[in-house]
Design a protein around this ligand. Structure first.
Ligand code: SF4
Length: 357
């Protein structure tokens, strides 16, 4: 696929592009800053580039065609955006504002890596339409740029934390995701520290091993959601391809290489994976790892069967039991409960409206 989006290009690629247009190489630095730091959406903004150069750029390239087409704002300050892409497809991203003391204060943007997803998790709205396509690198970083552009216009604080936990499986769009991580981290771009980024995977074991070799100080989160193969395969078809034994072996490899703690996401589904018996299975599974379990009461999604949210009390009891068993855990702070909480629901609505409209 030809990608004429300048947001997809790193500094080296911009240098080549600039030289191809007959301009001096040093112009690439200025261009990089307009594209990746200042989030320009129009070539006319690039005041330190000549009009002739801007015209040549505009004739060959674009500045991304993703634009925010819907926005929902929660009472707690969480915002959900629908980004319409150049081909009419759409993805979601969610801004969560965490407040409190200095160390905890952050603006986290949860971004998508694919349009749809092929992984078929039973509790997930994104899974329902299957995979449409991978996002390009420019479309991935474009989510951050578009949201920052909007926040800047409103005088609000910019995004300073990224989680790859939106639509899609980031490890199945690995080259573009890796390039996006590096672009978002660039000092003369958004300058978001790698330590302020998390990557969540449903458990693509080969790629977890590849990530271990990348020397990236990113937080790895594994969507675990069940601690036995039988149960996990029921709710996450990926478990048939990468059963728990294979996944845990990859996690041990990753930890040995990186010495980093791994987060395990555990969406609690009433009557499915919230029984006391699961606690010992989780303990057994994570016993030899430096792990933290994030408990997330599941968000019910339209058109899913047997996916119910447990009561607050049973979530707290589950956390207590895990702690008593010696497993590090916390309950994820709920954000945006009054807007379409679970990922994929806003896009799902758009598609429904298009179909019925
Ligand atoms: S939970 Fe994540 S991996 Fe599973 S189907 Fe949804 S988007 Fe894909």
């Amino acid at each position: 696929m030809n990608d004429y989006n300048l947001r997809s290009l790193n500094e080296k690629e911009l240098e080549a592009a600039v030289e191809d247009l007959g301009e001096k190489k040093f112009r690439a630095k200025q261009l990089f800053s307009w594209v990746h730091e200042k989030n320009a959406v129009d070539f006319d903004e690039m005041s330190n580039l000549s009009l002739k150069f801007r015209e040549k750029l505009a004739a060959e390239y674009n500045l991304g065609e993703s634009r925010i087409s819907a926005r929902q704002i929660s009472q707690d300050g969480t915002e959900k955006y629908l980004l319409e892409l150049g081909d009419g497809e759409a993805v979601e991203c969610v801004l969560m504002r965490y407040r409190g003391d200095f160390s905890k204060k952050r603006n986290t943007l949860c971004i998508s890596s694919q349009v749809g997803c092929a992984m078929g998790c039973s509790f997930c709205a994104t899974a329902q339409g299957g995979l449409v396509r991978n996002l390009t690198c420019g479309e991935i970083v474009g989510q951050v740029y578009e949201v920052n552009h909007l926040l800047q216009q409103e005088g609000a604080e910019k995004v300073d934390n990224i989680v790859f936990m939106g639509m899609g499986e980031p490890m199945l769009n690995w080259d573009n995701v890796l390039k996006a991580i590096k672009l978002l981290n660039a000092k003369d771009g958004q300058n978001i520290g790698i330590r302020r980024m998390s990557l969540s995977t449903c458990g693509i074991a080969d790629k977890i091993k590849e990530l271990a070799e990348c020397d990236l100080d990113i937080t790895l989160a594994i969507s675990l959601h069940a601690a036995t193969d039988e149960k996990r395969s029921q709710i996450m078809p990926v478990n048939k391809r990468y059963p728990l034994g294979v996944l845990m072996e990859a996690c041990r490899y990753y930890q040995k290489k990186t010495k980093k703690r791994i987060t395990f996401e555990y969406a609690l589904i009433k009557g499915v994976n919230d029984n006391p018996g699961e606690v010992m299975e989780i303990k057994r599974l994570l016993n030899d790892l430096d792990a933290h379990v994030n408990l997330i009461p599941v968000n019910p999604v339209a058109n899913t069967k047997n996916i119910f949210r447990p009561s607050q009390k049973s979530v707290k009891d589950f956390a207590k039991m895990l702690k008593k068993a010696g497993v590090n855990c916390s309950i994820r702070e709920e954000k945006g409960a009054d807007i379409d909480g679970a990922c994929g629901q806003l896009r799902g609505k758009l598609h429904k409206n298009q179909l019925s409209g």
